[in-house]
Design a protein around this ligand. Structure first.
Ligand SMILES: Nc1ncnc2c1ncn2[C@@H]1O[C@H](COP(=O)(O)OP(=O)(O)OP(=O)(O)O)[C@@H](O)[C@H]1O
Length: 607
């Protein structure tokens, strides 16, 4: 019940609906108990005593009871539906809000499918249970108690005899639910594996076709389909085994009731009307017994769903605003970034960065170079305050970034990531994502600077072209250029380009960087790149290796000293140097030909 106590803040404000739904269902159930009594009266006082003039009145009473019961059932559905939906609505909003503020650390370990199922299936379970399930659980108890009380009041001996099979029925029902529930879970799991196979096959169709793996994919799917079929057959066989037993046990008590009751009627111990009343009351007892397992399971499942939802709602946010955190306005920020002896490790890992120190005055350009896994992105993550720094500090304009309000701090930074994410919306909206009231002129200006305007204009719907969640229909370079336009539009004090031009050709990269030079005047820029050409104009280039700074300086300074930078330069420019040597040699030969007399040339050819 602890879970429901913790969920109380969500359904308690709707307590009128909550109690309304329970009360309406209880009244509808109580009204249902009027039928057996009416039947008893009809048989004992009307039919047996041949007082047929009472029939119209009784009929009218039945109509009234039926209408009232219907009305209360409707009210129960109305209140329960509203209650469930309102609770689910509040929870959904709160969950989504929490997901926005959960730290990067949480997402490092989270699985998308799991989060999606918490927001859909688990929330739906709670909606159903709080709206209807809880009232039904209480109602089952009420039906049992009312039914038993009435039967015992009619004839306790008959009631007791009829109850003989009930414990067996309850036991079988609980066992059945215990078996069918895991079977259903496996069916659901198997279905989800099958759908994953279909989804992966469709998204990865290019890879499948290019490796000619269609037969393998067909076999993979067939195996999963086979598994799904056998899971379904397994659950069907559980149904087939338990249902007849439950049916027999339930009907056995009816047989006992009719047999013993009929005998008692003949013996004149009870009236015929009482027997008929008991016959209709017995279903009030069989019903709850039959559904006992289901109700227990429903309750435990909802509890598990509630736990999963509360786990998100109560999850610790690793990076959050300090008390009295300073809110930064755009005019407060100059863009002076400092890393002061920062050492950082991801949870349960060796440090990804050791004693990292950096001073980036406003408007400077800092380049970060290093092999994969050397810690470049980690520097940027710490700058964005994606993770909390415990050793050393990161500062903006002399203030520790932990003392600044996160939202206002991050809004000073625009990042273009290595992997471009575009929302399934128009290109215009994608570019304007970081700015609330961007005008079309602003958007076009940013797109021009990112060298994206020309290709966008060539699209049939231009800036209104809707791109898919993975930017379908656009090349890698085009997606990157949209992401760059998005960052430039934000007009940030700090710009971060995390391998942002890796997917564009050298020529476009050069053009984009010329655009950057124009727009980034007076702004601090961090460039992570594998290409020396992207970094060579930086004011300071930091070379990282396994989390440590191994070299730092300008392009020229680093070229003049042996080390990783020179090696990278040599590898990247080796072809160019060879080309240049070849070109020089060819030019020299042509020159020689021009100068040498023809006799000498002939002699050389003869050689
Ligand atoms: N979210 C994370 N959780 C745990 N470990 C991480 C995480 N991100 C990076 N690492 C680890 O930290 C180290 C540095 O990674 P980082 O991404 O900073 O390298 P990088 O230089 O940017 O590499 P690349 O050029 O491949 O992007 C690596 O060993 C990596 O495995």
């Amino acid at each position: 019940m602890d879970v429901f106590r913790q969920l109380k803040p969500y359904f308690w404000p709707e307590k009128k609906l909550f109690f309304g739904a329970i009360a309406c269902l209880a009244i509808a159930t109580a009204l249902g108990l009027v039928y057996p009594n009416l039947l008893r009266y009809l048989i004992d006082n009307v039919i047996t005593k041949k007082q047929f003039d009472l029939v119209p009145r009784l009929a009218l009473l039945v109509v009234c009871v039926v209408s009232l019961k219907g009305m209360f059932q409707f009210l129960h559905g109305f209140c329960g539906g509203r209650l469930g939906n309102r609770v689910a609505y509040h929870l959904r909003n709160e969950l989504y809000q929490k997901l926005q503020y959960l730290s990067f650390q949480y997402y490092d370990g989270a699985r998308t499918g799991d989060l999606m199922s918490r927001l859909t299936a688990d929330l739906e379970a709670i909606r159903q249970f709080i709206g209807f399930g809880f009232a039904q659980l209480l109602n089952v108890g009420l039906m049992f108690v009312f039914g038993m009380a009435m039967m015992f009041s009619i004839n306790w001996k008959l009631a007791l005899l009829t109850m003989i099979t009930m414990p067996f029925l309850a036991f079988t029902a609980i066992r059945f639910e215990g078996k069918i529930h895991p079977a259903f879970r496996m069916v659901r799991q198997s279905l989800s594996t099958m759908t994953t196979a279909v989804q992966e096959n469709i998204t990865g169709v290019r890879t499948v076709k290019s490796f000619a793996r269609e037969p393998h994919e067909i076999d993979k799917f067939s195996a999963r389909n086979e598994d799904y079929k056998s899971m379904n057959l397994g659950s069907a066989s559980i149904w087939a085994k338990y249902f007849p037993v439950m049916e027999i046990l339930a009907n056995l008590s009816v047989v006992i009731l009719l047999g013993v009751g009929g005998f008692m009627v003949i013996q004149d111990t009870i009236s015929l009307g009482e027997l008929v009343a008991c016959f209709s009351l017995i279903w009030y007892i069989i019903g709850p017994m039959w559904g006992l397992g289901f109700q227990i399971n429903n309750f435990t499942n909802t509890k598990a769903s509630g736990e999963k939802i509360l786990d998100i709602l109560h999850h610790y946010v690793h990076v959050k605003d300090a008390e009295n955190a300073k809110v930064l306005g755009p005019s407060d920020v100059k863009g002076h970034v400092k890393f002061d002896h920062v050492t950082f490790a991801y949870p349960e890992k060796q440090p990804a960065l050791y004693d990292f120190t950096l001073d980036a005055p406003p408007g400077s350009v800092i380049g970060l170079l290093g092999s994969t896994g050397s810690g470049k992105t980690t520097v940027i993550s710490l700058l964005m305050r994606a993770y909390g720094v415990k050793e050393g500090k990161v500062m903006l304009d002399g203030q520790d970034i932990r003392s600044l309000q996160i939202e206002s701090y991050r809004s000073q930074i625009a990042t273009v990531f290595q992997e471009t994410f575009l929302f399934s919306s128009s290109i215009r909206n994608n570019i304007a994502y970081g700015v609330k009231d961007a005008t079309m002129d602003d958007i076009i200006r940013a797109a021009k600077l990112a060298k994206a305007h020309d290709f966008i204009s060539e699209l049939p719907e231009g800036y209104d072209t809707v791109v898919g969640e993975r930017g379908l229909g656009l090349s890698g370079g085009q997606k990157q250029r949209i992401a760059i336009a998005r960052a430039l539009l934000k007009d940030p004090k700090i710009l971060v380009l995390d391998d942002a031009t890796s997917a564009v050709d050298m020529e476009t990269e050069h053009e984009i960087q010329a655009g950057f030079a124009e727009v980034m005047k007076g702004r601090t820029t961090f460039i992570i790149a594998h290409r020396i050409s992207s970094l060579k104009h930086a004011d300071e280039i930091i070379v990282l290796n396994k989390g440590r700074i191994v070299q730092r300086g300008t392009h020229q300074e680093l070229l003049e000293q042996p080390g990783l930078y020179r090696q990278t330069y040599d590898i990247q420019y080796a072809d160019k140097q060879q080309d240049a040597v070849a070109e020089a040699a060819a030019a020299a030969e042509t020159e020689e030909e021009r100068i040498l007399p023809s006799s000498l040339q002939e002699r050389r050819l003869a050689h």
